[in-house]
Design a protein around this ligand. Structure first.
Ligand code: ADP
Ligand code: ADP
Ligand code: MG
Length: 449
């Protein structure tokens, strides 16, 4: 096994990866910015290297600083976590060139799938149903008009390099199309450094259902059930559950097999997630593939009993998967709430500051993947997610009750959080019945105004 791994990330996912390293007997190296000197990941890793100032482009996105830190500390592999460099094909390629194992798929897979427009083309060619829209990127306004007319309005203009719910614009009629495309291109250029956009039919109130897959370098690919991420605000996930309340065993099998086909099609290895939208007829359409570990991976771990992060490291080392498809059983139900330092009554404005009191819930079936402690100061430079609360119980109703009481116990003072907002969602009859789609939260919040 590897003797030493560098973690090119921060926050709760860096802590999660350090824990996996410890269990595997691997030494961990954290990297941190000057704003993160006192952060948990920098403190609990076996070694920690400062890689630059607070701005992400100078630290966590600074490819040469990260690779130099790995070379200087003798780390044999780099785990990129999610966000930051995790889906950067150039970074993965440079790791390889420097003799460092990138814990993820090959840079070729990242290249192929990271471009969302091109990925859809690849999947369509593999016979996987995709959301109707442009075949690849949009090349001209006339072509865009033609495609949108064929799909029928509303349509979405999406950035090919987009992520994290950003770079998506809705267009309701042809006379808005040109202006929206131009704005989308500018935005995409600014945010993602790439102005490629594509067009997709806007599906009305679908469900976001994604399939977790895991593949080794020997060519074995398995799927580990689905996650329902339909509880969204501005195309960003807030709460996730596994299994999905709308997926039958038969649909799970079909979606799982489509996901495995997609992965095989691109010679994929390591962990990956294939995101689908499911419509009211329970037809599913490929939306995108995330070539990395995801924020909501713990709910899959709880329900399958399979440690995805440890498996990522083992597979990267070259070990074959320890389990087969028939070994994967879904047991019980898990829910995750993302806990953010933000103020829901001020349009979810981030709330940096010092945590002066912290009490986290506990008891059977409760898991916290967090990165904060009492006295910790949340800086304004990074994502506002400070913790994830995950519950696992024998069925959905029990999981909801567990989440409800766990959220009520959770105390974070000194900064604002969305804990009470999560509690409000958990108590909604639409959530309790399992009868909610991607549009639910937006409609609910409109109705409160
Ligand atoms: P997941 O897909 O794992 O549910 P998110 O979509 O919330 O997670 O993204 C995880 C993290 O990665 C977030 O911090 C998000 O802002 C960031 N992220 C994802 N894609 C991109 C991207 N293309 N560019 C910049 N940041 C991204
Ligand atoms: P990102 O790369 O930012 O994660 P996605 O393409 O995965 O972007 O889309 C994020 C969310 O936006 C989806 O979960 C869904 O709620 C919404 N969305 C994306 N495409 C469509 C579509 N064609 N129709 C309706 N909603 C969509
Ligand atoms: Mg997505």
């Amino acid at each position: 096994m590897f003797k030493k791994i560098l973690i090119a990330n921060r926050g709760e996912i860096a802590v999660r990866i350090i824990r996996a390293c410890r269990e595997l007997g691997i030494r961990s190296v954290a990297v941190y910015s000057t704003a993160d000197r006192k952060s948990l990941h920098a403190q609990i890793a076996d070694e920690a290297v400062c890689i630059g100032p607070p701005a992400t482009k100078d630290s966590y996105l600074n490819i040469s600083a990260v690779i130099q830190a790995a070379l200087n500390t003798g780390a044999e592999a780099i785990h990129p976590g999610f966000g930051f460099l995790s889906e950067n094909a150039d970074f993965a390629r440079l790791c390889e060139k420097s003799g460092i194992v990138f814990i993820g798929p090959s840079y070729k897979s990242i290249e192929m799938l990271g471009d969302k427009a091109a990925a859809k083309e690849t999947m369509a060619d593999a016979g996987v149903p995709v959301i109707p829209g442009s075949k690849g990127a949009v090349k001209s306004i006339d072509e865009a008009k033609e495609i949108a007319r064929r799909c029928g309005y509303p349509v979405l203009v999406k950035a090919s390099a987009g992520g994290g719910g950003r770079g998506i614009r809705r267009v309701d009629s042809e006379n808005e199309l040109e202006a929206q495309i131009i704005m989308a291109q500018q935005e995409a250029k600014n945010f993602f450094g790439d102005d490629t956009v594509y067009i997709e039919k806007f599906l009305v109130n679908p469900h976001h259902v994604e399939i977790q897959i895991m593949a080794d370098k020997q060519g074995n690919v398995i799927y580990l059930g689905e996650r329902d991420c339909s509880m969204q605000r501005r195309n960003q996930k807030i709460l996730e559950e596994c299994p999905s309340p709308i997926v039958s065993p038969e649909l799970r099998k079909r979606m799982g097999e489509a996901a495995v086909t997609s992965a095989r099609q691109c010679g994929y290895y390591n962990a990956g997630t294939i995101e689908f939208l499911v419509d009211e007829n329970r037809d599913f359409y490929f939306m995108e593939m995330n070539t990395r570990i995801q924020v909501e991976h713990p709910i899959t771990e709880e329900v399958t009993g399979f440690d995805l992060v440890k498996a990522q490291i083992e597979v990267a080392y070259g070990k074959p998967l320890s389990v087969k498809q028939e070994d994967i059983q879904l047991r019980g139900h898990a829910i995750e709430c993302r806990i953010n330092a933000e103020n829901p009554s001020q349009n979810f404005r981030p709330s940096p500051g010092t945590i002066d009191a912290l009490y986290v819930p506990g008891g059977p079936g409760i898991r916290i993947d967090g990165a904060v402690y009492q006295g910790y100061t949340i800086t304004p430079y990074y994502d506002s997610m400070i913790s994830k609360l995950i519950v696992h119980a024998s069925d959905r109703n029990e999981a909801i009750m567990k989440m409800r009481w766990a959220l009520s116990e959770f105390i974070v003072s000194g900064v604002d959080t969305n804990i009470d907002f999560q509690l409000e969602i958990i108590k909604r009859p639409e959530f309790i019945s399992g009868n909610y789609d991607n549009g639910f939260l937006t409609r609910y919040m409109e109705s409160k105004k």
